[in-house]
Design a protein around this ligand. Structure first.
Ligand code: NAD
Ligand code: TYD
Length: 354
């Protein structure tokens, strides 16, 4: 079996669902159910004996120790993190706690557990760390995309905390020999994406007739990847990645934010036309994010060359599926928008001049 952390979040829940759709290898899913974690993402697994959900914190060493001793996973796939750049600007503390301290706790627990394994299990054991392209900083307009050899230049509290966790994972391999792999992925989109992030925010705000906030000039570039392609990339690294190596995962799909906004508006005009007029009428340029990275792009040739992974979805197919999913899951959206979500919207957008 495998131990997944953060498997009730956006990418983690997609990973667990895909994993159990493709194999019968059981999953123990450790998640603290922060605002971003949602049991409803895993509703399809209710009553499925292959999935064990554990409500707990990766910083809780005694809990992690007992899960490793009880379940003896052959691998840990580590997604759990605070993941939103804007939240990291308003409150960096939680990012240091979970992303840095939490990863440290997991590494130490994994190291202690791994040391007790018999030789065969020891050789097969893996710790896979899920990270982001944001650790590399920001590209200029004509720079080549990020390769695995790029220097780390994190610019936000979020990316700095992820960079720190990547360095810890690297050091635990180099110093202790812990069998680790790391993947650094570009921006994901797809089902179960929490509507504080750009693409789901655009969909839910459009449907509610609310402004579509575009930070700064909207010309910032991200390299968008459909979430199930990221999950397939992680499975490929887990299965065949070289120990101690990092693999960049990306969509070969650079788009300016304003083009993303227009694409989502056009799809909604087609699929759910609004009598009040085209959704693009809601586009509102607002105050930029402090320290906003201008461009991210991934060179994903290493994972293709070594592990045969390439994205299966194009942006056209992926974004259409995504918009359709949100249209068909109004109940999921209503559920995640209740409670503390409204406070966050106030915190992040109230002072942005539109
Ligand atoms: P998310 O915010 O949607 O989910 C994070 C999950 O981790 C939630 O279920 C939350 O409850 C859980 N969690 C948070 N703190 C925890 C703790 N202390 N203990 C246990 N669980 C805790 O994030 P996501 O977008 O699914 O990202 C998952 C991972 O992928 C993160 O490590 C992130 O850095 C990385 N990543 C994300 C993207 C992206 O575009 N979203 C791109 C590349 C890499
Ligand atoms: P986001 O989804 O927060 O991901 P990240 O910051 O990790 O790339 O944002 C994607 C891009 O969209 C980023 O350049 C910031 C921008 N953005 C907006 O323009 N308006 C918004 O309301 C949000 C949330 C993001």
């Amino acid at each position: 079996m495998i131990l997944v952390t953060g498997g009730a979040g956006f990418i983690g829940s997609n990973f667990v669902l895909d994993w159990l759709a493709q194999s019968d290898e059981p999953v123990v899913n450790l998640d603290a159910l922060t605002y971003a974690g949602n049991r409803a993402n895993l509703a399809a697994l209710d009553g499925d004996a292959r999935h064990t959900f554990v409500h707990g914190d990766i910083c809780d060493r005694a809990l992690v120790d007992s899960l490793l001793a009880t379940h003896r996973p052959r691998a840990i796939v580590h997604f759990a993190a605070e993941s939103h750049v804007d939240r990291s600007i308003h409150g960096p503390g939680a990012f240091m706690k979970t992303n840095v301290d939490g990863t440290f706790t997991l590494l130490e627990a994994a190291r202690a557990h791994w040391a007790t394994l018999p030789d065969g299990e020891k050789a097969a054991f893996r710790f896979h760390h899920v990270s982001t392209d944001e650790v590399y900083g920001s590209l200029g307009p004509t720079d080549p995309p990020f390769a695995e050899t790029n220097p780390y230049e994190p610019n936000s509290p979020y990316s700095a905390s992820k960079a720190a966790s990547d360095h810890l994972v690297r050091a635990w391999h180099h110093t202790y020999g812990l069998p680790v792999t790391t993947s650094n992925c570009s921006n994901n989109y797809g089902p179960y994406h929490f509507p504080e992030k750009l693409i789901p925010l655009l969909i839910v705000n459009s449907l509610a007739g609310k402004p579509l906030p575009v930070y700064g000039d909207g010309q910032q570039i991200r390299d968008w990847l459909y979430v199930t392609d990221h999950c397939a990339g992680i499975r490929a690294v887990l299965a065949g990645g070289k120990l101690g190596e990092t693999y960049n995962i990306g969509g070969w799909n650079e788009k300016a934010n304003i083009d993303i906004v227009k694409t989502v508006c056009a799809l909604l005009d087609e699929l759910r036309p609004d009598p009040a007029g085209p959704y693009s009428r809601l586009i509102t340029y607002v105050t930029d994010r402090p320290g906003h990275d201008r461009r991210y792009a991934i060179d994903a040739r290493k994972i293709e060359r070594e592990l045969g992974w390439r994205p299966a979805e194009t942006f056209d197919t992926g974004i259409r599926k995504t918009v359709q999913w949100y249209l068909e899951h109004a109940d999921w959206v209503a559920n995640v928008q209740s409670g503390a979500y409204k406070d966050w919207v106030n915190t992040n957008y109230a002072d942005r001049v539109g």
